[in-house]
Design a protein around this ligand. Structure first.
Ligand SMILES: Nc1ncnc2c1ncn2[C@@H]1O[C@H](COP(=O)(O)OP(=O)(O)O)[C@@H](O)[C@H]1O
Ligand SMILES: [Mg+2]
Length: 419
């Protein structure tokens, strides 16, 4: 019984009460007494006892009625009731059990029997409570897992879709990129032709002279290569994006495979580029890549990309929050990504920002699913818990956080290079 727990003795007979209280005291068990049904109910509502020993024959409402009322009240329904009575006939016993009693102790009391039954029922109550707690805990854990599964399922469906689109983009992009060089050549050749014409026929007819003027040929000739260049740049950029999308959404097979983490980081940064850019409230975020000499790492690269995405997106959010709070207006917003290997043959990736930082109270809870400090619609609270699961459970790695509130945050991932 917990230190605050007590047993409620209900009996109108002082002799019975003193026998019972002596028995319980001798075992060091706390108890309180009530001398009728009404006051027993009132006491039990105020402070729930662990167990009630209830006399049947009492003035006022009898024990059966008291039990019925206790069981009907949600506050007291779970308290085990043991009847104590001289009524030993089968009908009374059955009625007692029917009303929800857990046991029956006949009078006159045998001290050993009273104690034995009390002990059994206290233990049963404890076991029931601990089982209920376990069920609650497990249910909560299951719910969290379910949320993560649904989220991962969504991500993987989305990933397939994007990888599909990125793949489909390939053909049209290659029409453009493969046709640009010949177009370039043709245009150069046509320009040469025009120059040659001008050389050979320095005095064109008035119609030609008018047309040359209307077209502003000099400007067109000058502008054409610039247009071609910007077409090339645009096509290149689409191609990079499409490659990054495909690398990023790479679907992992069931087994780990050697992967290039730098490529993963680069494709993630490419996809997040729109968020890194100057957004009106701040200048663009400077990304510093301190890439070390990383070998290929045996991993699920698609999942690791998910980790990079979650951590870098959080870093951008943290910088935006610091800017909104007016904290780092004087410094350049920065994200520093450092990769290296350590003495335990682990690949270590650090992602550091100079954003708002994390207060100590929140640091404890970061990796809990659904823990977020962001407004509804912005944060889901799943990013870090998914990242943690991927790094720690899927890759036997470590994910650590280091943060100075107001200064910035560093997340450090370490995963085995070969596993
Ligand atoms: N780089 C960071 N700087 C400051 N706070 C962070 C950083 N990364 C995570 N956090 C904090 O951890 C919380 C949980 O992050 P996460 O699990 O990704 O969920 P969400 O981003 O949806 O809120 C965030 O709401 C934020 O308070
Ligand atoms: Mg997040």
């Amino acid at each position: 019984m917990s230190p605050k727990g007590f047993i409620l003795l209900v009996d109108d007979n002082p002799t019975n009460l003193s026998v019972l209280s002596e028995a319980l005291s001798s075992e060091g068990l706390n108890f309180r007494v009530a001398i009728d049904g009404e006051s027993a109910i009132a006491q039990a509502e105020r402070n729930q006892p662990e167990l009630i020993l209830l006399d049947v024959q009492m003035p006022g409402i009898n024990g059966f009625e008291t039990c019925r009322r206790l069981k009907a009240n949600p506050l007291t329904t779970n308290i085990p009731v043991i009847f104590t009575t001289a009524l030993a006939d089968t009908d009374s016993k059955t009625k007692g059990f029917f009303l929800g009693a857990v046991d029956y102790i006949p009078k006159p009391f045998a001290q050993e029997e009273v104690l034995a039954r009390v002990r059994v029922h206290l233990r049963l109550k404890q076991l029931t409570e601990s089982l209920e707690q376990q069920v609650r805990d497990r249910t909560a854990a299951l719910q969290q897992t379910q949320v993560q599964l649904v989220q991962q399922e969504k991500l993987s469906a989305l990933g397939e879709l994007i990888a599909g689109i990125a793949h489909e983009m390939n053909n049209p992009i290659s029409f453009i990129t493969s046709n640009l060089p010949p177009l370039d050549e043709y245009i150069a050749a046509v320009c040469e032709m025009l120059e040659l014409y001008a050389q050979e026929y320095p005095e064109p007819t008035p119609t030609i002279t008018d047309a040359i003027e209307a077209l502003d040929v000099d400007f067109v000739l000058e502008d054409m290569p610039k247009i071609l260049n910007s077409l090339k740049l645009g096509a290149e950029r689409i191609q990079n994006l499409s490659n990054s999308l495909r690398t990023f959404c790479r679907s992992d097979s069931d087994n780990k495979a050697p992967g290039n983490l730098h490529q993963g980081l680069d494709s993630t940064l490419m996809i997040l580029q729109h968020r890194l850019k100057n957004n009106g409230d701040r200048s663009s975020i400077e990304v510093i890549r301190n890439y070390g000499n990383l070998p290929e790492v045996n991993c699920f690269l698609g999942q690791m990309n998910q980790v990079f995405m979650n951590l870098i997106a959080n870093a951008i959010d943290a910088i935006d929050e610091a800017i909104a709070a007016g904290k780092i207006s004087s410094v350049v917003p920065q994200i520093t990504i450092t990769t290296t290997t350590d003495a335990h043959n682990m690949a270590v990736i650090s992602i550091a920002d100079n954003g708002c930082g994390i207060p100590a109270s929140a640091q404890q809870r970061l990796f809990e699913p659904l823990f977020t400090t962001k407004p509804v619609g912005k944060g889901t609270g799943l990013g870090l818990s998914i990242a943690h699961q991927i790094v720690v459970e899927k890759h036997n790695g470590k994910l650590e956080v280091n943060s100075q509130p107001g200064m910035g945050t560093e997340f450090k991932i370490a995963i085995p290079i070969s596993s």
